[in-house]
Design a binder for this molecule. Structure first.
Ligand code: PMP
Length: 422
């Protein structure tokens, strides 16, 4: 029973774990955009295992690819040749713009960002990194310092050395609205005041995920990329949440801002839930590591690679980029209409199926409605819809379902949200 599992978890698992709901939900089965609890109750999943189940829970094509590889070979490491990892690397690189042609496989988003920062430092010979306030890039010792929320640094406050946080270009809460280049001026100030004038790089999500689905203000990245490159640094795009078509219309989130990064980090949606992640970079940057030994026991193992390849095929065959764009636009419109009805909704934002709804006590002061957010989410769960929550103040609904989410699902979510808020 859920009670027994909770008791085991309390006794034997990390005391740092947290549960999403006051009355916990136990999930035993998943099918595309639906989850089922131990009593067979169905939930519409609008959070996809924290934005990870990209093409759908147990998508038949992914399951079949994993099952097939599982019976053939589960593990070798890269000390032998195997076709899966090599063909997969080519398929990923083929989907990247510019000269992003070298792939490192790792196992999590934190590892991918660790690797990206190491590459940036080795390639440039510089140390300082510019990051954004309100960012999230991981929980490893290397990435904790890049995070721009105090919560993620609390375990080890010393990790901040060499990381400088620029004003995040938040169109809703930031001082300059949607004027990206004005926010970029803060990066120039940071480079000249907090670093030796030369930097290793800049890392950012194109839509801040954990930070509450905050899209970077229009025109921000092109300006910042110019400044970083002029200061000798490289530009890292964290596509852990925004990749694989989720933001609609494009394969990658950075394409929304018309930039081409030097290093891209991938995780979560890349494997539809398998422990798989990657760093993609240019041959020049990869060459800075070539003389050093690099090894990762599980990275790109045959089963994960087979699953990751199936994800790419599904995204292409089922035209998930277009689908996310169309359903996302419909959902955005319906959520905006809901905002016209409920004053507690301060902002509706995002792109594709990566949307945020921010609740405030007062639209003028924008005072966060934190307790109300938790209450509405709990009601929605009782009515059969699971959503995420985030933001610096814990007052943003994060709507990031598996990409098979339909218009009907979007309508159902909005009806349930309307009822729950009322
Ligand atoms: N980058 C982003 C944007 C993320 O959202 C996350 C996870 N929430 C990570 C990196 C870290 O990924 P992982 O938990 O797989 O280490």
């Amino acid at each position: 029973s859920a009670e027994e599992v909770l008791a085991l978890r309390k006794q034997y698992l990390s005391p740092s774990l947290f549960l999403h709901f006051k009355k916990p939900v136990m999930i035993v089965e998943g099918k595309m955009q639906y989850l089922y609890d131990e009593r067979g109750r169905r939930y519409l999943d609008a959070f996809a295992g924290i934005v990870t189940v990209s093409v759908g829970h147990c998508h038949p094509a992914v399951t079949e690819a994993i099952n097939h590889q599982n019976q053939l070979l589960q593990h070798t490491t890269t000390i032998y040749l195997n076709n899966q990892i090599a063909e997969y690397a080519k398929e990923l690189a083929d989907r990247m713009p510019g000269n992003l042609k070298v792939v490192y496989f790792v196992n999590s988003g934190s590892e991918a960002n660790d690797m990206a920062i190491m590459l940036a430092r080795l390639y440039t010979g510089n140390w300082d990194m510019i990051c954004l306030r309100n960012a999230y890039h991981g929980m490893s010792i290397g990435t904790m310092g890049t995070c721009g929320q105090h919560t993620w640094k609390q375990p080890m406050p010393q990790v901040g050395f060499g990381y400088h946080h620029a004003l995040n270009p938040d169109p809703y809460r930031g001082p300059y609205g949607d004027d990206g280049p004005r926010y970029a001026a803060d990066v120039a100030d940071l480079i000249s005041s907090a670093t030796p004038g030369r930097v290793a790089g800049f890392v950012a999500e194109t839509i801040q995920g954990v930070g509450g689905a905050v899209p970077l203000a229009t025109g921000y990245l092109p300006e910042v990329y110019k400044m970083i490159r002029a200061a000798g640094g490289v530009c890292i795009a964290d596509e852990v949440q925004t990749g694989f078509g989720r933001t609609g219309g494009h394969y990658w989130g950075f394409q929304r801002q018309g930039v081409v990064p030097d290093i891209v980090t991938l995780a979560k949606g890349i494997g539809n839930g398998l422990p798989l992640a990657a760093v993609v970079t240019t041959p020049e940057i990869a060459a800075s590591m070539a003389s050093r030994l690099h090894f990762n026991t599980y990275g790109g193992n045959p089963v994960c690679s087979a699953g990751g390849r199936a994800v790419l095929r599904v995204v292409d065959q089922e035209r998930r980029q277009e689908h996310c764009g169309q359903v996302g636009e419909h959902l955005l419109g319906r959520l905006r209409a809901l905002a016209a009805k409920h004053d507690i909704i301060g902002d509706v934002r995002g792109a594709g199926l990566m949307l945020g709804v921010e609740l405030v006590k007062d639209r003028k002061t924008k005072e966060p409605a934190k307790a109300e957010t938790a209450t509405v989410m709990e009601f929605m769960k009782d009515l059969g819809v699971l959503m995420g929550k985030g933001g610096l103040h814990g007052n943003v609904f994060r709507i990031k379902p598996p990409m098979c989410f339909s218009r009907q699902d979007a309508d159902f979510l909005v009806e349930v949200m309307d009822l729950a808020i009322s």
